[in-house]
Design a binder for this molecule. Structure first.
Ligand SMILES: Nc1ncnc2c1ncn2[C@@H]1O[C@H](COP(=O)(O)OP(=O)(O)O)[C@@H](O)[C@H]1O
Ligand SMILES: [Mg+2]
Length: 467
């Protein structure tokens, strides 16, 4: 069932329930109040009558003229009265009742003998319902007579009937009008959802550059559209990244393959001395090494993406690691007379995976050596500020342009300067470094200027000292 129908039905049912309960309660209260008012007026009239009779010393009344002159209030058009003897027979009654017999009921007589007043309802065929009050008049412990005052309930019943009809008409009309309004409002409220659905269908059709038009209000629908646009934006970005990545990867793998193919074809064209084959095979081996390195690093990154790389979480003494790496880097730099020096090294204990941290540091130092000029200097240092360990690797090499800095952690990104500087490199090392830093809840930054070297800084949280 569509949401609009369901909303309207729910709303309609709730409203119908409220209206019905409200009408019933209203009707009952009004009926009770009207009837109570009649009873009260009957009681007041009867009390007045009894008081007047008392003032007359309970002398029996002679006739109705006398009665009327005694109690003018009894002759009011809407009330009639009768006086019964203790045997229950009528002695006197007001003229406005002459045409009907309204005998004293047995219960009224019995109650009168007990000395109590009684209120009764009486109905006669083809007559309006009556309300009667019967008051006993006692004199010296003996029942003298019974005064009965009565009135027709016709007007009240008429009023109630009219009110009932009004309710029976008004409630369904109100319900119908509200249902129509509810249907209209639900439709209006849901219209943006429809337009979002349509737009989402277009986007799902493949056009990720599409965005939903944002409704002007920042209500639920506005937020939905915003969230949706955000999601599409991120999807768009990651699809683009994947496309970029795939094309970069194929490109990076194609280059060594082309080189290998060209060299191999050339050398095979005619018989050659053994050294030629040897040198081609050596060059091929270099390319193969490069390709295996790319494939291995890619494999690592994709396993990292899928959360499949196992990570230890043990205390690692960074100062020992730094000293170790320093030894390795010194060997790396020897060929090009690059000096790797140790700066300040203070002890620092972090939680993590020693192998990964070693890889991180080695990558940074390798880069520093690789992108240094001959006879350059690379400085590795480690300090701690009480809460974080700060590792830095500084070189005096080619540097990185400001606009390239955010990109160097992307997969396969290599600056043009770096490509011109050396063929060695895959552009994946820093992506791996960024991942390692991230899983260790640290940060990695780079500073420096083109031509004036770069400084990579890694901050890692220290193992909290037991306090
Ligand atoms: N120490 C450095 N000095 C200058 N540029 C650097 C340095 N380290 C990294 N870069 C730049 O960042 C790029 C990405 O580094 P990386 O991912 O390690 O790839 P690779 O070392 O294979 O070139 C490098 O190609 C280079 O342009
Ligand atoms: Mg590298």
């Amino acid at each position: 069932m569509p949401l609009r129908v369901r909303l309207t039905l729910w709303y309609g049912s709730a409203l119908a329930l409220v209206l019905i309960v409200f009408s019933v309660v209203l009707y009952v209260i009004i009926a009770r109040n009207l009837r109570d008012a009649v009873d009260q007026s009957l009681e007041e009239t009867a009390t007045t009558a009894v008081r007047s009779l008392e003032m007359r010393g309970f002398l029996p009344l002679l006739d109705e003229e006398e009665l009327l002159s005694q109690f003018p209030e009894l002759a009011r058009i809407d009330k009639f009265f009768q006086i019964f003897s203790p045997s229950g027979t009528i002695t006197i009654r007001s003229p406005n009742i002459k045409q009907h017999e309204v005998p004293l009921s047995r219960i009224a007589l019995e109650t009168a003998f007990k000395g109590q007043t009684i209120l009764e309802s009486a109905t006669y065929p083809n007559e309006p319902p009556l309300r009667l009050i019967s008051v006993p008049i006692n004199y010296r412990g003996r029942l003298l007579y019974i005064v009965q005052v009565g009135t027709s309930m016709q007007s009240i019943e008429d009023t109630l009937d009219r009110f009932l009809i009004l309710l029976l008409v008004a409630v369904p009309v109100a319900l119908a009008v509200s249902l129509a309004a509810g249907w209209f409002l639900a439709g209006r409220a849901l219209r943006p959802v429809d337009s979002i659905t349509l737009a989402a269908q277009r986007i799902a059709g493949g056009d990720l550059s599409q965005r939903l038009t944002m409704p002007p209000a920042s209500d639920e629908i506005g937020r939905l559209a915003g969230t949706f646009n955000n999601m599409i934006g991120r999807l768009d970005a990651s699809f683009q990244q994947i496309r970029q990545f795939t094309s970069d990867a194929s490109h990076e793998l194609r280059t060594p393959l082309t080189v290998m193919k060209g060299e191999t074809e050339l050398v095979l064209r005619k018989p050659r001395p053994l050294e030629d084959y040897h040198s081609v095979l050596e060059s091929n081996l270099e390319e193969i090494d490069r390709m295996s390195r790319i494939v291995e690093e890619l494999l690592f990154l994709s396993r990292a993406d899928m959360g499949e790389v196992k990570m230890e979480t043990l205390p690692v003494a960074l100062e020992a690691l730094v000293e170790d790496i320093h030894r390795q880097a010194t060997l790396l730099g020897q060929d090009r007379q690059i000096e790797v020096v140790l700066g300040t090294v203070t002890p620092a204990l972090v939680l993590g995976d020693e192998l990964r941290l070693r890889e991180l540091l080695l990558n940074l130092v390798e880069n520093a050596v690789k992108y240094s000029h001959p006879k350059g200097k690379v400085r590795v240092s480690l300090v701690s500020d009480g809460r974080q360990a700060i590792l830095s690797v500084a070189d005096q090499g080619i540097g990185i342009a400001t606009e390239d800095r955010p990109k160097i952690f992307n997969r396969f990104f290599r600056t043009d300067v770096a490509r011109a500087h050396t063929k060695k490199g895959t552009g994946l090392g820093l992506a791996i470094c960024a991942w390692i830093v991230e899983v260790h809840k640290g940060r990695i930054n780079v500073q420096g200027e083109v031509g004036h070297g770069s400084t990579f800084t890694v901050t890692l949280p220290l193992v909290p000292r037991p306090s």
